[in-house]
Design a protein. Structure first.
Length: 201
């Protein structure tokens, strides 16, 4: 066992490359993954619910869009594929995750439209038409709140954020907290113990 978590900046775990296959919106994806990143062996069930139940961008969407905590890049690659005219920013503290996402963006033919960066490297003036996240609940409540308070204000005035949170990990309390912060929050869907939240200004 090591001290690595998926939110470790530079995982020490051997990469042990593998591939993850999944289908979203009638499209099949085969993405590279590796040990030391979030849900390395499969599409996480929460992410799957988010991509199934959230309103994916249409082909005419232009973005920019943001994937917070991109992992190996499944959300990023789906967004870039669904919206071929949009720029997608993918952020993660985990360097290995960022490398995988960049490679997977190239796999789906979107390398020129995907910007994979550390959180501090997103330009301060960028405002996002859409923010998507299966947020890292296990970093702790205070850190999770800090993360959301960092990124949700980056929504464009008419922008929308899509979040998925397991009910047993505080999905409903997070909903209430977001409302207390002044956000408009709708429980858009529930499936397999997950809440899909639609957040707007």
């Amino acid at each position: 066992m090591t001290g690595d978590h998926y939110f470790t900046a530079e995982p020490a775990t051997a990469a042990q490359p593998r591939e993850v296959e999944f289908s979203v919106a009638g499209r099949d994806f085969t993405l590279a993954s590796a040990a030391g990143v979030f849900s390395a062996d499969r599409l996480d069930s929460g992410t799957a619910v988010l991509l199934r139940k959230g309103e994916l961008p249409t082909a005419d969407a232009t973005g920019p869009m943001l994937d917070v905590g991109c992992g190996f890049g499944p959300i990023t690659c789906v967004l870039a594929t669904c919206a071929p005219s949009a720029t997608v920013w993918a952020v993660d503290v985990n360097e290995r995750a960022r490398d995988l996402t960049a490679g997977n963006a190239a796999r789906v033919g979107a390398a020129d439209r995907v910007r994979v960066v550390a959180p501090d490297d997103v330009p301060a003036d960028v405002r996002f038409a859409q923010i998507w996240s299966n947020p890292p609940i296990r970093i702790g409540k205070a850190e999770l709140h800090e993360l959301l308070l960092r990124w949700l204000p980056r929504l464009a005035p008419a922008g929308v954020a899509w979040l998925v949170v397991a009910r047993h990990l505080g999905g409903d309390s997070l909903h209430r907290w977001l409302v207390e912060q002044g956000w408009q929050v709708e429980r858009h869907a529930s499936q397999k113990g997950y809440r899909v939240l639609r957040v707007t200004r």
